[in-house]
Write a protein that binds this ligand. Sequence first.
Ligand SMILES: Cc1cc2nc3c(=O)[nH]c(=O)nc-3n(C[C@H](O)[C@H](O)[C@H](O)COP(=O)(O)O)c2cc1C
Length: 201
Amino acid sequence: MTGAERTPPLDAIEALTTRVSPAGLVPPAPDASALDRMFRAAVRAPDHGRLRPWRFIVVDGAARETLGDVLTDALRVRDPNVADAALAKERAKPLRAPLVVVVAAKIRDHRGVPPVEQIVAAGAAAQNILVAAHALGYGGFWRTGAAAYDEQVKRALGLAVEDAIVGFIYLGTPSVASSPLPPADPAPYVTHWTGPASTET
Ligand SMILES: Cc1cc2nc3c(=O)[nH]c(=O)nc-3n(C[C@H](O)[C@H](O)[C@H](O)COP(=O)(O)O)c2cc1C
């Protein structure tokens, strides 16, 4: 049974307000049709200048073990004295889910669209993937860590060193039903601006 068959897709607001990082992800991974829908959602992310900076590198099956080797080799270079336990943990990371999408921003030198905006656009695409996965009955979580900024890892993934890995998006089926959502009250973060702040102290 695929995620898409499990339940009808959630409506947009419900998907946005109930998305959560599942505690664990197991097979099945999103099938080809679900992945296609997720990527179609991803490329609808806002994108200054229509630069299409996003790249989606799918790593599944045995390729996850190869990615684990890449992460381990890179960690060994970053920290030659790293403990075996840390290496083993690094090697196992891509196996935390049946499928990983590395979301990257291919950074272009553009006068009107600085790199930060290209990275933000790729980040919005990553978020669209997570929300679409949730809406379709799958689950996903976003990870970065030092590997995301590692030149050796970027090269192994076919990226240039000036490109940005914005996230390793782990995708699969939540292993357990999510516990109640943590409170998400927007009130502390919302203000209504009516004019310049006073500069008086
Ligand atoms: C750019 C980015 C990078 C992240 N990297 C990590 C990470 O490396 N490790 C981690 O535990 N959480 C990371 N997170 C946070 C989790 O993906 C997750 O959002 C957080 O644990 C809150 O859980 P929730 O998604 O269920 O609200 C990252 C989030 C973002 C946006």
